[in-house]
Design a binder for this molecule. Structure first.
Ligand code: ZN
Length: 288
């Protein structure tokens, strides 16, 4: 792995890997930046998931966030932002984005680190549980959504505010399947946060518990799942995922990825950059 500046080189262990019995715990570990997901994090997550899948002693994978927040989204403004960096790509989906221009660059990068990685993680053969507290915003939603189950604390909140950038939702466009079409439109149109309770009501999260009980509830669920036969779990997961894809999710995502990149290209063509000149600070200000 290479890093493109001192700040990201100085950050150690942006993702932690621990085990707890037969559960692997993969933890986003940039609490200072509300676990904003840069490419270093993405590739470290990918390595963590691979390790958990390849370890026969691991039955269940928990994805967690260190600190007050699960994940504030893709890194659009920390000192460790590393969009110009090449990483060792394990599963070739497209060519490396580095040294490419315009849409060629953006499409290659987002196909690899956003859509491609998220799809692979969704299809890991072992059950995954997202353990979510605090902010779970935009790219953070993608990480929670690729997990099979989501356990949220009652202080968790969710949003995909990228319509403020003129972009029709994050790259892994699971919104209509995760939230139902009606609420998907509302949360996109307003960009507003919604609560863990609302997420539970629309079927997006599996459990909502007090913050103090988040870890215990998640690990209890993981331990229960770990008692089931491994191959049966893998087949059950695949069965549901295949049906979800028969319900149009995979094809829908492919078509919306094109709309997403029309938006990036439009922004770049008419304004300052592909994000309509908005960074993390501007997005926060716009959301009040
Ligand atoms: Zn994008």
């Amino acid at each position: 792995m290479t890093t493109d500046n001192g700040a990201s080189a100085a950050e150690k262990d942006v993702v932690r890997y621990d085990t707890r019995g037969r559960t692997a715990v993969i933890t986003l570990n940039r609490p200072r930046y509300r676990n904003a997901q840069n490419s270093a994090v993405t590739y470290a997550l990918d390595a963590g998931f691979q390790r958990a899948v390849n370890d026969d002693d691991i039955a269940v994978i928990v994805l967690a966030g260190e600190g007050e927040h699960f994940c504030a989204g893709h890194d659009i403004g920390t000192p460790g932002r590393d969009i110009g960096t090449s990483f060792d790509r394990k599963a070739v989906i497209w060519w490396d984005h580095v040294n490419k221009e315009g849409a060629d660059n953006r499409y290659a990068r987002e196909m690899e680190v956003y859509l491609g990685m998220c799809r692979r993680w969704r299809e890991l053969p072992k059950p995954t549980i997202a353990m979510v507290q605090g902010a779970c915003i935009a790219g953070g939603l993608m990480l929670a959504w690729v997990c099979d189950l989501i356990v949220a604390s009652d202080d968790a909140f969710f949003a995909d505010p990228v319509v403020r950038m003129g972009i029709p939702g994050v790259e892994y466009f699971a919104h209509p399947w995760m939230l139902g079409p009606r609420f998907a439109k509302e949360m996109l149109f307003t960009g507003e946060r919604f609560s863990a309770t609302r997420a539970y009501e629309v079927g997006m999260v599996s459990r909502v518990v007090p913050r103090a009980e988040l870890a215990a509830t998640t690990f209890e669920l993981a331990d229960k799942i770990a008692l089931m036969p491994r191959f049966g779990l893998a087949l059950a997961k695949r069965a549901v995922n295949q049906c979800e894809d028969q319900m149009g999710m995979r094809n829908g995502m492919d078509s919306v990825f094109g709309l997403h990149h029309v938006a990036h290209a439009h922004n770049a063509e008419t304004g300052a950059d592909s994000l309509a000149g908005m960074d993390a600070h501007a997005m926060k200000k716009a959301s009040g």
